[in-house]
Design a protein around this ligand. Structure first.
Ligand code: SF4
Length: 691
């Protein structure tokens, strides 16, 4: 027994399923994952994990893993050596750049890969090909939230830590199904609500678990949150709840903003949101009387045609009530993927270098050029194409090559029919992934990457916390860490970076990007972590805005807004609105949770939720099948009858199906940030004959 114990390896790792960033020990014997062991020292989660973190690791040993590079030949993939595959990738990208310029290539980095790998993705795009065409899946989720924070307070991250949430008097969640998408944060809030008298206000079209637990639940009409938040701000001013001292000392544009609120009466808000004046008044009183407020929001806000405005309105409300800069206050956009925060922080965005340093700022560009050993003229001074634009440009023939790492764009991007057409029109496409994804089926070369338990690196969680993880096992077959692949590819393109390990990549990034100045692997040993901005001496900033907001004069900005209707609404033909989102047991396209393992067995089926009233009106019983039809396409799915939804709103999970929910979504997007309006789908529903 002692011998068997000696064979067990315990490795600290960080969960790859959501932005909470739970860390724990993973116990392995060779490639066998024996168990996940939470530890009290884990900074974000302590001894808590959810079902995915605990049991969702079967995919690591799935027989479906890619274990060798693949090259397309005569319409079929054949195995290839790394040398041949990387030569082919270098040649393919070089050919496109020579013929059409570097801006004809687009790079989508992975929100599941490490910070160091995100850094190298954007470095290849910017330094080697001179293009800012680089992005990550935050375009599909949290960019509107980041934009809202940039407009009002300055940093694109949560104002405080996850543990700070326990210090607030009132938690507000808006458009966030916390119990399924960020389960460990939800359990912290449940504890504070139950045992410490914390109040909970939930605003959502769907009565999910947190809504059931809330002191007040506002079942709001989808896409109208901006009106709700603005009406709350007006109420604060009108009823003496605005923090006038805070506004006078720390906030600009107060009067202009106050004047812009004139239309947002409770009566107007009631008409738009579907909430009664009494419900709105009660919520406003709850907010106004709270000594401290933390406001959490997620895809229910951002995945709309005006998600940036709705996010801005929420941050405005926090400013009006003085809820920034003190423990237990602030805005918390909930990051979805495990490293969507880090992929953005480390520069996989089309307009900023790592650390959110603008590509259009000449001094910044000069700094990065000097650090990378080139002239500023060799780096593009124009913001590049983001994910949305890349697909449009590929469809139009302007973008000729794409390099996609760890993103299931063919399934997860809106309007998947158009995405598939766009991919088919590319001259050259590379996909780097751990599985033969639906996106990889369009590629010319497929490169097998590694999951986090087979490599070293760091992730940033939703609270801006940088955490290190170590390899628990060797790469499977001939798969390789993404940082190794990027380094080898760069060498073939004439850039010999020779990073010996990911720590060297982080050291380079920290030496250039101001917000990572004091980040180092030495300071991330064991259960240590750092929260950016990190000062040169290594000191973290767990709570933002204690003295200054991130604007030149240190003051925040209230940002006036006008109400704009959703781009797609129900009408006579498409009379229902299809809400959509994640389930606890699954992650996005199910490429990880759907590999025949435990998670799939817990939740194998697709369904659409309809209300009891709608079921009665349409003569539908639980389990019967319907066709959902949007202006783009159709899907067939069985119904679940539940009061989680009401009226003409349906809910469908995003994980299953062929084509899946994105056979129904369209081109509508937020013009400020190009995030698809995933949650604005008008559909018709027809009962199908028995299947
Ligand atoms: Fe992983 Fe998120 Fe669950 Fe934590 S809460 S174990 S990070 S999926």
């Amino acid at each position: 027994d002692a011998l068997r114990q000696a064979e067990i390896k315990r490795t600290k790792t960080v969960c790859t399923y959501c932005g909470v960033g739970c860390s724990f020990e993973i116990w392995t014997r060779d490639r066998h994952i024996l168990k996940v062991q939470p530890v009290a020292e884990a900074p974000a989660n302590g001894i808590s994990t959810c079902v995915k973190g605990k049991f969702g690791w079967d995919f690591v040993n799935s027989p479906q893993r890619l274990t060798t590079p693949l090259i397309r030949e005569n319409g079929r993939f054949r195995p290839a050596s790394w040398d041949e595959a990387l030569d082919r990738v270098a040649q393919g990208l070089r050919d496109v750049a020579r013929q059409h310029g570097g801006d004809a290539i687009g790079f989508i980095g992975s929100s599941k890969a490490s910070n160091e790998e995100a850094y190298l993705t954007q470095k290849i795009a910017r330094l080697i090909f001179g293009t800012n065409n680089v992005d990550n899946s935050s375009r599909y989720c949290q960019n509107p939230a980041t934009e809202g924070l940039f407009r009002t307070v300055g940093y694109g991250g949560d104002a405080g830590t996850i543990r700070d949430l326990q210090k607030t008097e009132l938690i507000i969640t808006v458009g966030s199904n916390l119990a399924e998408n960020h389960p460990v944060i939800a359990s912290h809030i449940k504890q504070s609500h139950k045992h410490r008298g914390q109040k909970l206000l939930v605003v959502d079209p769907r009565k999910h678990e947190m809504a059931e637990r809330a002191d007040q639940f506002l079942r709001i009409k989808p896409g109208t949150d901006m009106v709700w938040a603005s009406a709350m701000s007006k109420y604060m001013f009108d009823h003496g709840y605005a923090d006038e001292a805070f506004l006078a000392q720390r906030v600009n544009q107060v009067e202009a903003y106050r004047a812009s609120l004139a239309p947002f009466t409770l009566e107007f808000a009631s008409e738009i949101t579907g909430l009664s004046v009494e419900e709105l008044t009660s919520a406003a009183e709850m907010i106004g009387q709270a000594g401290s407020v933390c406001l959490l929001w997620a895809m229910g806000i951002t995945q709309h045609s005006h998600g940036a405005d709705a996010s801005t309105a929420l941050s405005n409300l926090l400013l009006v009530t003085g809820n920034y800069g003190r423990p237990g206050t602030g805005g918390y956009p909930m990051r979805g993927h495990n490293n969507v925060q880090g992929a953005s922080d480390f520069g996989c965005l089309s307009n900023v270098y790592p650390g959110y340093e603008k590509v259009t700022d000449a001094a910044i560009r000069e700094k990065w050029a000097r650090a990378w050993g080139v002239t500023p003229e060799e780096l593009s001074d124009q913001a590049g194409a983001d994910n949305f634009m890349m697909v449009q440009h590929a469809h139009e023939g302007k973008l000729r090559a794409m390099y996609i790492t760890g993103e299931e764009t063919a399934f997860s991007d809106a309007d998947s029919t158009k995405v598939h057409e766009a991919f088919s029109r590319l001259d050259f496409m590379v996909v780097q992934d751990i599985f033969m994804s639906r996106t990889a089926e369009f590629a010319d070369v497929v490169l097998p990457g590694c999951p986090s338990v087979e490599k070293e690196g760091t992730f940033v969680n939703t609270e801006r916390r940088i955490q290190h993880f170590s390899p628990a096992m060797n790469p499977l077959g001939d798969s390789r860490p993404d940082w190794w692949i990027f380094t080898e590819l760069a060498a073939r393109l004439g850039h010999h970076w020779n990073y010996p390990n990911p720590g060297a990549i982080m050291a380079e990034a920290a030496g250039i990007a101001e917000i990572f100045a004091g980040v180092s692997y030495e300071r991330l040993v064991g259960w240590q972590s750092q929260i950016w901005p990190v000062l040169p001496d290594g000191e973290s900033t767990p709570l933002l805005y204690t003295e200054k907001f991130k604007f030149p004069d240190g003051k925040a900005r209230l940002y006036p807004l006008e109400w704009q209707r959703p781009m797609e609404e129900a009408d006579a033909e498409y009379d229902l609105m299809l809400d959509n989102g994640r389930m606890l047991e699954h992650f996005q396209s199910t490429n990880q949770t759907g590999q025949g393992g435990r998670m799939m067995s817990l939740s194998p089926n697709w369904f659409v939720e309809i209300s009891p009233q709608l079921a009665q009106a349409r003569d539908l019983k639980e389990g019967e099948w319907v066709e959902l039809k949007s202006r783009r396409g159709t899907v067939e799915v069985p119904v679940v009858v539940t009061d989680r939804v009401a009226g003409n709103v349906l809910f469908i999970p995003i994980h299953h199906g062929k084509p899946g929910v994105n056979g129904l979504t369209g081109e509508h997007h937020d013009p400020d940030v190009n995030t698809p309006a995933y949650k604005e789908i008008a559909v018709s529903m027809t009962k199908l004959a028995r299947r």
